[in-house]
Design a protein around this ligand. Structure first.
Ligand code: 13P
Ligand code: SF4
Length: 319
C-alpha cells in the first residue's frame, strides 16, 4: 500500500505546482479534511464550498465531496479547472431526481416558483428559479412566501416538509430522500438521551420529521458545528454523517460527541451515518486527479448558463 505520509507530501507539492486549492466537505475522511486545513483550502458545508470556490484566485479547484459540489464549482467558475478525486461520487437525492421527469413535474405546476436543493444535477438546476442549500432554505422560502409566491420544491422531501412546516409556505414536494439521514431513528436517539440526560440533539434537516421534532438544533453541517461550539452541554447526540466529528472534536476537545442511532446500527449497513459516496474520496484518488488531471468536471455551456442564474441568486441572497 502507498505510504500516507508520502501521499500527503506529494499532494501538497502538486497543489502548489498546479495552482490548485482543496475544497472539502465535512463528510470526507479526516485525512482529506486535515490536508485542506494545512494547505489553505477549506472544509465547509455546500453553501460555503460554493462561495469559497467562486471567490478563490487559484486556477484549479479540487473538490472533495460529491458530484453536485464539483458541478456547482464549475458552473460558478467556468474559467477554472475543476477536478474531483472520483466522478463516481454521487448522491441519492441527485439520482432520485432525473432532469426529464423533473421538467415534466415543473410543467404540471406552471404557477409555482421552482426551488431546488443544491443536491441536484446541473440540468435540474437549469430548470429552477432558485437553488438553496440547507443553510438558507428556510430564509429563501420565507422570503418567497412573504411575497405571495407558491413553491415547487425538490428533491428532498424531509427538508421540504420541514421548510413547509416552519414557514407555512404553499409547497408541492418531490419525494426524494438522503439514504444516510433517512436512517436516523427518533426512538434510538431518545434512548441515548436517557443515558446522557444533559445531551443536546443536533439534527441535519434531511432527517425524517420524527427526528427533526426532537432536535435542539436543526441546521446545515456548518450550523451544527457552530452549535456544538457555542452550546454549554457536555454531550452532543449528532444526527448527520459522522465525518463532521473531525471538526466538532477539534473545536471542542472537552465535549463528548455521540453518533445518533440508525435502524441498522451495529448490523451491516452500507449507509449508516456515513455517506458511501463521500467515502469514495481517498488521498490516492485525490493525488491521481491532481497529477493526471483526471476527474475533470465539464458542464455544457447551455446548461451552465441556465444553472448559473438560480445559483447566483442563492449566493447574492445569502451575502
Ligand atoms: P450541507 O449543505 O449541510 O453541507 O449538506 C450537504 C449534504 O449533502 C448533506 O447530506
Ligand atoms: Fe447525498 Fe445524503 Fe450523501 Fe449528502 S449524505 S451527499 S445528501 S446521499
Amino acid at each position: 500500500s502507498i505510504d500516507t505520509a508520502e501521499l500527503r507530501a506529494e499532494i501538497k507539492q502538486l497543489l502548489k505546482q498546479k495552482d490548485a486549492v482543496l475544497v472539502a466537505h465535512y463528510y470526507t475522511d479526516d485525512a482529506i479534511q486535515e490536508l485542506a486545513e494545512e494547505t489553505g483550502g477549506i472544509i465547509a458545508d455546500s453553501l460555503e464550498m460554493a462561495r469559497f470556490g467562486a471567490n478563490h484566485p487559484a486556477k484549479t479547484l479540487i473538490v472533495a465531496g460529491v458530484k453536485f459540489m464539483g458541478e456547482t464549482a464549475k458552473i460558478l467558475s467556468p474559467e477554472k479547472t475543476v477536478l474531483m478525486p472520483t466522478l463516481e461520487a454521487t448522491c441519492s437525492l441527485d439520482i432520485g431526481c432525473p432532469a426529464e421527469e423533473f421538467s415534466a413535474f415543473c410543467d404540471a405546476h406552471p404557477d409555482r416558483t421552482v426551488v431546488v436543493y443544491a443536491n441536484t444535477s446541473a440540468a435540474v438546476k437549469a430548470r429552477a428559479d432558485w437553488v438553496v442549500t440547507s443553510a438558507i432554505a428556510l430564509d429563501v422560502v420565507q422570503y418567497l412566501s412573504d411575497r405571495g409566491e407558491k413553491v415547487l420544491w425538490a428533491p428532498d422531501q424531509h427538508l421540504g416538509g420541514y421548510v413547509q412546516q416552519q414557514t407555512g409556505a404553499d409547497m408541492v414536494l418531490w419525494d426524494g430522500a438522503c439514504i444516510v439521514h433517512e436512517e436516523f431513528k427518533a426512538k434510538g436517539i431518545l434512548d441515548l438521551k436517557a443515558v446522557y440526560p444533559d445531551a443536546a440533539i443536533l439534527v441535519h434537516p434531511e432527517s425524517p420529521d420524527a427526528v427533526v421534532e426532537i432536535a435542539d438544533v436543526v441546521g446545515s453541517t456548518s450550523q451544527l458545528l457552530k452549535a456544538s461550539q457555542q452550546m454549554d452541554n457536555d454531550t452532543f447526540i449528532v444526527a448527520t454523517d459522522r465525518g463532521i466529528f473531525y471538526k466538532m472534536k477539534q473545536a471542542s476537545p472537552g465535549k463528548r460527541f455521540v453518533e445518533a442511532p440508525t435502524a441498522g446500527s451495529g448490523a451491516t449497513c452500507r449507509s449508516c451515518a456515513h455517506c458511501p459516496w463521500m467515502a469514495l474520496n481517498s488521498l490516492e484518488l485525490l493525488r491521481n486527479a491532481l497529477r493526471d488531471g483526471s476527474g475533470a468536471i465539464e458542464v455544457d455551456e447551455a446548461t451552465r448558463i441556465g444553472a448559473l442564474k438560480p445559483l447566483q441568486r442563492m449566493l447574492d441572497f445569502s451575502k
